[in-house]
Design a protein around this ligand. Structure first.
Ligand code: NAD
Length: 330
């Protein structure tokens, strides 16, 4: 029997993992996140399953390695929360590279439409039989320029949806995919020419705060930013300034720089100490969801099967599927 400890487990994770029928893998579900303090819970387990906000840093890796944990299986695509350089030769790391690009791309469009057509406001009004249209004026997406940063799996799915709206696409990627038949441009041109900018690249050391006060200055007045990728791609303080100065027309965020302290949990009865987040949330043109772009039935099922298949393959066949390993570029 392969023994696995899963961290940051929610009921929807337990349901999807337990329904896959892998009788050779026994999972203990821990609600807590993986941190230096909780890493000892992995004692007696062969591997751990972690999520986006579990910190697989040097100290955690040291504890896991000392406990004999051989595998860290990320049940997500991004791996910015893992110190791959330090993990090398201590634990192996695998991930789920493409569980459902459509889930994320559709959510990105969902929060954009909700925001620009004021659907969230109309929903609350009509619940109170307030059928007034004052203040609900939006704008068409048709003919607008969508700047897409990162044209990988999610970016491609997103571009296809945007094409359906009749939008013009301007893209930036460090590795352009010429087979897409779309117009690529340097990052500065994306910033200056786009009506809406959507981030679909991974977070790396090089692109930390790629949207900061300087890049916001270059944007069109009234531009809208969508981020369903990773919070730290945007300097949240600079974003807030851009919104307050009315330079930006809005922000649709599924991720946030400091989300690990708050997202995925019910904080409704708490005093939130993050003033930037609180101020952003108070803005009429900022829409925030709690890193839920991945959360569809299809994606959860793919995450569970790919993760379990990867664990089985490693422990029973000594074959690493979807490994993420340190290379000098990272
Ligand atoms: P992918 O690897 O298929 O594509 C990423 C693309 O970004 C690649 O084409 C790559 O060349 C490009 N890129 C890398 N660095 C770049 C940079 N500095 N500037 C511009 N482009 C750059 O990845 P994907 O499956 O499309 O996922 C993209 C990101 O979406 C993930 O890294 C993850 O952070 C995020 N994500 C979020 C959720 C969510 O629930 N919100 C779910 C899944 C993935």
């Amino acid at each position: 029997m392969i023994k696995i400890a899963m961290f940051d487990s929610k009921q929807y994770d337990i349901d999807s993992f337990e329904s896959q029928g892998y009788e050779n893998i026994k999972i203990k579900y821990f609600e807590t996140r993986l941190t230096e303090d909780t890493a000892y819970l992995a004692k007696g387990y062969d591997g751990v399953i972690v999520f986006v906000n579990d910190a697989v840093n040097e100290s955690v890796i040291d504890v896991l390695a000392s406990l004999g944990v051989k595998l860290v299986a990320l049940r997500c695509a991004g791996f910015n929360n893992v110190n791959l350089k330090y993990a090398k030769d201590k634990v192996k790391v695998i991930r789920v590279p493409d569980y459902s690009p459509h889930a994320v791309a559709e959510h990105a469009i969902g929060i954009l439409l909700t925001s620009v057509r004021r659907i969230h406001k109309a929903y609350i009004r009509s619940k109170d039989f307030n059928f007034s249209l004052n203040g609900l004026t939006g704008f068409n997406l048709n003919e607008k320029t969508m700047g897409v940063i990162g044209t990988g799996k999610i970016g491609k799915a997103f571009i296809n949806i945007c094409k359906g709206f009749g939008m013009k696409i301007l893209a930036y990627d460090i590795y352009p995919d010429e087979s897409l038949g779309i117009k690529y441009a340097p990052l500065d041109e994306i910033l200056t020419k786009s009506d809406i900018i959507s981030l679909h690249c991974p977070l790396t050391k090089e692109n930390y705060h790629m949207i900061d006060s300087q890049s916001i200055k270059k944007m069109k007045k009234g531009a809208i930013i969508i981020n369903t990728s990773r919070g730290s791609l945007i300097d949240a303080e600079a974003l807030l300034e851009g919104i307050k100065e009315k330079k930006l027309g809005g922000a649709c965020l599924d991720v946030y720089e400091e989300e690990s302290d708050l997202f995925f949990e019910d904080n409704s009865g708490h005093i939130v100490h993050d003033d930037i987040l609180a101020r952003l949330i108070s803005m009429p043109n900022v829409l925030i969801t709690s890193h839920q772009a991945f959360l569809t039935k299809e994606a959860l099922e793919n995450i569970a099967t790919t993760t379990l298949n990867g664990i089985e393959s490693f422990f029973e066949k000594d074959v690493l599927l979807n490994e993420v390993a340190y290379s000098k570029k990272e």
